[in-house]
Each structure stands twice: as C-alpha cells, then as structure tokens.
Design a protein around this ligand. Sequence first.
Ligand code: FUL
Length: 554
Amino acid sequence: MPSENQLRWQEIEMYAFIHYSLNTYTDQEWGFGNEDLSLFNPSDLDCRQWARVCKQSGMKGIIFTAKHHCGFCMWPSKYTEYSVKNTPWKGGKGDVVRELADACKKEGLKFAVYLSPWDRNHKDYGKPEYVTYFRNQLRELLTEYGDIFEVWFDGANGGDGWYGGANERRQITKDYYGWPETFKMIRELQPQCVIWSDAGGDRGDLRWVGTEAGYVGETNWSLVPREGRLTHQLLHYGAEDGELWVAGETNTSIRPGWFYHETENEHVKSLSKLMDTYYKSVGRNSCLLLNFPIAPNGRIHPTDSLRGIAFKRMIDEVFKENLIEKAKITRCRGGDGLPVATTISFKHPTLFNRFLAEEDITQGQRVKKFSLEALVDGKWQPLRDMLVEDGKDGLTTIGHRRIICFPTVRATQLRFTISDAKAEPIIKKLGLYLAPEITADIADAGEKKSSGLHIFFSSPKQMLIDWEQEQTFTTFRYLPPQNTRDGLITHYTLWASSDWTHWTKLASGEFSNVVNNPIWQTIKFPATKARIIKFDADRLAEGDRMSYGDIDIE
Ligand code: FUL
C-alpha cells in the first residue's frame, strides 16, 4: 500500500525540474568542479518568471538543482565557498534557492530540491568527511526554505573530477553515502517530503523509470522487491509481486539536454512529442517531471515557455468533455468476483479515441489485465493501445491512472473488461474522450544528417574523416549509438590536419550523461582550415570498439 506521502505525491501528476548552474555559462551538461565563479552573473534572473511559466504549463511544483555534480551551490551555504556568495551576482548577496522558494509560494506551487550526492568540487569527496558535509547542506535546505515536497538524489557518478585540485578519479562503494541515516534526518525535518532515489540498494519513496527519454513501461507496477539492485526491468515496469511501494517518476527535459544550450533552441520538444510523453507517464500510473532549463540571462527561453503553455492547453482540450457522462453504464461480474465487464452505451454512434481508468490505489494496485472493445456498425472490435511499441495490446496495469490512445472509432458501445486482478478491482473513475488531431504541430527539428563524408577507422578507437579538399570547420557533432552502451564514447579528443602528418588538437573532453541521455553532442572549436578530422575515443562506456549513431561536421 502507498504511504500518505506517496498518495499525496501521486495527485501532483506534473511538476517541473529546473536545471540551472555554472554549466549554463560553460555550455556543459556536467561541470568538472573547477569552473570559474565569476561566470555566474545573470543579467535578468527572474524566479517569478520561472514559476509563472511552470504554472501556466500545468506544473504543480518545481524541483530545483540547488547543487549539481559540479558542486556549485545556488544558495549561500555555510559549508563551502563554492557558491553564489562568491560570484558577482548581486554582489554575492543573492540566493537563488530563496528567490525560487518565495516565487513558488507566491504562485501556489510546491517546492523541492535536487542535491547531487556526487560533488566534483569537494576535496573530501569519497571520504567520510564529505558525507557529513552533504548532510549539513541537506539540513540547510530542509530547514531554511519552508516546505520541501521532494528530495532528488541523483545516482550519477562518473568518478572523475577536480576534487579540490586533486584532479583524479574517485570510486565510491555502495554504502558510502549512508542513506538510511540521511533518510531518517529527512523524515524528521520534513515529514511530508518524498524521497527520490535511483537504482541503489536503498529504497526511497519514488524510483527512476530507467530512461530520461520520458516514458515508463505500459505495464507499470508501483511495487519493487525489498532487496537487491533495481535493474532496468524493475525500474521501467516495477514488479507485480514486489513487497515495497516505490512508484515510478518519469523525468525528461523539454529539450534534448538538461541544461540550456543555444544549439538546442531549434530542438525544443514538439507539442505532439509532449503529449506522447504525457500519455506515457501520467497515463501510465506515473507522474511527469518535466525539465525547463534556464538560459544564461536567467530566464526560461520563450520557445520553451510557449511550448509548455501549449502543452497544458492541449491537455485541457483533450480532457474537457468526458463522454461517459452522457452514456448509460452497466456492470456485470464473473463467477469468481474478479473479472468485471463494464459496458458504456450511447444513444447515438459516438466518436472517441482516448480511454481513461483509475484505480483506488489507497487499497493498493490490483488490476493485472483488461480489454477494450467497441461496437462499431454492429460488430465488436478490439481496441489496442497504439502507443505500445512491442506489438502487444498493452492492456495490463492501471494504477492511479491509465490512458489508452487508439485511432478514432465511431461506436454505440464500449466494453471494458477486467480479466485478471490481484484482488477485487476498485475502479474509481472511467473516462472516454475525443482528442483533437494536432494539425499545426511545431515538429521536432529534424536531426542533422551527415552527408558526403568519407569515414575510415585506423583503429577500433579512432575515426578519420577525409574531405579530399581543405574546408573551414567550427563544429563537430556526435550522436551516440541508441539503445546500447557498447562502443558509446564518453571521452574524446578531436584533431585536424591537411597533410596527414601535422595534427592540430581542436578539442578534448567528456560527453557528460551520454549513457542515460544519448542525445547529439556538440563540440565547438575556433574556425579551423583542414582536410582531415580525426576523432579519438579516449574512453568508452562499454566494449572496445567505438560506435556512433551519426556524425555531423560543419
Ligand atoms: C542525471 C544527471 O547526471 C543529469 O545531469 C541530470 O541532472 C539528470 C536529471 O539526472 O542523472
């Protein structure tokens, strides 16, 4: 059974993530921990604008990156010098966490914090002293900023970092952070707060769904086993016989990356993509945590805010009229009490394309399988969830809310049959809707495709691209392979030459977060005239042969 806190959380349904840090000024997804504090000086930082945009986009709260992996604190923590207090912004007197907490209060939004356990700045990271530091910071956030509805403990740990100048790779053990003690402190300081934690052995209240692409499995149990690591399978689908209630939170960004990058201004998710994300998260027994990055001026970019607002309008439009209210409903039960068929009958043939059902999850999650059929021209015709990719009908779990999308039918009846359940199903709401077609969609800007390149491999970790004639280059883009870690490049060096003998190093570094979010990676460098580009894979996520989904050079 869910706890009171988990039930309250499930009702929130949609809330925003906000990623903003020094990364915003270095065009990075992960800062190394030595980024210059003087870079943080937004001209127009406006937390009220963030809160208003989020509210108008249907978000009921905001989770803010108080500290990302680079260790930079967006509030003037007592425990570090690496924070807003040593930046030029507001002469070091500013506090972004405070401004946002206040703005949320004014807009009637809930407020929450992301505090990265991995800290690439702190000299003691990896030692017990750091865990004390981490808890001290968490205590500041949980005691000085009012009610916090969720804490988000990112499991990312790439190992290497600046670490007070040590500049090395540090590995941590499974028990390093001592989560049980930290969780106890959270329960004491903020009894109504839910704890998000990912695949580690310590269970919070909420789990990651195993992808940052914005969808959870069509089968989604809010249950997981008490012990052991949460595999991708468990994160994505939960476990029918799990002993613990740990609901899935679907997190994704409105853009490819979590932080703002100017190069992604053309790649803000389209309205239909956002609706697809809604159906595959809120419509699959999950909540949607949708990220809005902050641009360097300190505001949400207009493209993102307009798209967010259009998203909310479309949700309202789809669900404005529940056609069931005009219909007659009859129920019939099978012999064992578990299978139940509900028939919804209309006086006249009626058009619809969305079905919604909600279980009363205060009594647990019970439904294991159901079917949907429509009576069209006197014939019963099965309806399938068209958003399920694996060819099955997808009609399995329901939970807090399940939405099934199918092509528009014109029918006089709809039959909803629960054919298998763990206990007597308790359905508290049914809905039937006619969603409008999204006609004037602002499509996802097409991914750039490479053309006319001659690609050779001189070793399994070195790619050469030859144009036969000198060109001027400024940008190299790498699309990691999709759906596999094998050959995925995490660290690279890029070279240029015109004669195969003299090589100029153009750039080298890390593709951060590519394992969980394998989006296009853009490397910009000063304009260089060359004939050949050499791309070295310095480190791979797995395997020993570099691979790519696509390459693009300008
Ligand atoms: C990931 C992080 O590594 C990303 O940078 C981002 O914060 C995302 C929400 O979680 O694990």
